[in-house]
Design a protein around this ligand. Structure first.
Ligand SMILES: [Zn+2]
Length: 345
């Protein structure tokens, strides 16, 4: 099969297109012909290298995969040849106490396709039967690939970790990212008022179109001051953050007493300082969030099919131009998801 592979960590020049052996589905696995795969910031981190990440080369990136069923192992039932499918971006052991109590993203063997295992920058991928999700009609393969990782991440962060409720006000940083695009829509479904900050007025105009109630242009307005103005001096109930260090002080300064800050990433830098007096006097909750439970997507997909949550696609590239796609994501030029078209049939 044709694939975009990595033979070592490094820059975009390390993304190489070549033929590699087809994956063989195991007894309980399904072979999927990939039609589209969406990029995530994770792809850049894995390409460049992460502490404790040991890859088996050649490695194949790609977590958000839409395609059709090509074949399956003898232990698999209930699928049809050519059936359109969307894949769970994560796999877990399905046997430990965390998995069996529905908290699979706390499984010690929780792995993400394209990070810890081979992913979808390839014509074929073999995945466990439990990774097969119903395809969200009437989306295209490219649109469907925009959904899994960011919506799962935003769903857990907003719904379960931060507990966003109707009537609350939520601040989200960074208008162009896939997580923000998902989180804004999810918070609107939950009935919250949403404020989004960005350095780009163009991106803020677009995030308003998908539901943000208020926007803050952080190059011209101090975020925490503007939040106070918008909330009558009270501050927001929840901050959903994936930027980290550059906006940390503004995030804390924007929170209402008793508020919650949830973090699922640190694209701007991971090291922050924390004055504990702010935490205990204001009774702030700080919570981390990574990915989501695999069942979360089964709650997200009906909302996608009903048109209440929408994929937002930035642009597509053929698989052969994966390096150009990475360059665009790395430069932060995108609004929504960048998608690689693996097979345009
Ligand atoms: Zn487990």
């Amino acid at each position: 099969m044709k694939a975009c592979v990595l033979d070592e960590h490094g820059g975009i020049e390390k993304l190489q297109i070549r033929d590699v052996p087809d994956p063989e589905p195991g007894p309980a696995q399904v072979l999927v012909r990939v039609r589209a795969v969406a990029l995530n910031h994770l792809d850049i981190w894995v390409r460049e290298g992460l502490p404790h990440l040991r890859l088996t080369y050649p490695h194949i990136l790609g977590s958000d995969i839409a395609g059709v069923v090509e074949g399956w192992g003898p232990g698999v039932t209930g699928l049809e040849q050519g059936q359109k499918v969307l894949l769970q971006p994560a796999v877990s052991c399905e046997q430990c106490p965390a998995c069996l109590s529905g908290r699979d993203n706390l499984c010690r063997r929780y792995a993400i396709l394209g990070e810890n295992t081979r992913g979808g920058y390839a014509e074929l991928i073999a995945v466990p039967r439990s990774s097969i999700l119903p395809f969200p009609e009437p989306l295209s393969f490219e649109q469907a690939a925009c959904i899994p990782l960011t919506f799962q991440t935003a769903w857990q962060m907003a719904v379960r970790r931060a507990g966003v409720k109707a009537g609350q006000t939520v601040l989200i940083h960074g208008a162009g990212s896939g997580v923000t695009v998902a989180a804004v829509q999810i918070c609107k479904v939950l009935g919250a008022t949403v404020i989004v900050s960005s350095t780009s007025s163009d991106k803020l105009a677009r995030i308003e179109e998908i539901g943000a109630d208020h926007t803050i242009l952080s190059t011209e307005q101090k975020i925490s001051s503007e939040v106070k103005t918008l909330t009558g001096g009270r501050g927001v109930d929840v901050v959903l953050d994936h930027v980290g260090e550059p906006l940390w002080a503004e995030s804390l300064g924007s929170l209402a007493w008793g508020g919650t800050i949830a973090t699922c990433g640190a694209t701007g830098g991971p090291e922050v300082s924390l004055d504990l007096r702010q935490v205990f006097f204001k009774q702030i909750s700080l919570c981390g969030s990574t990915m989501g439970r695999r069942g979360d997507l089964l709650e997200v997909l009906p909302l996608v099919e009903a048109g209440r949550l929408k994929p937002v696609m930035d642009r597509t590239y053929p698989l052969e131009q994966a390096a150009e796609a990475h360059a665009r994501l790395e430069a932060g030029e995108q609004f929504g998801k960048i998608v690689l078209v693996v097979d345009s049939r």
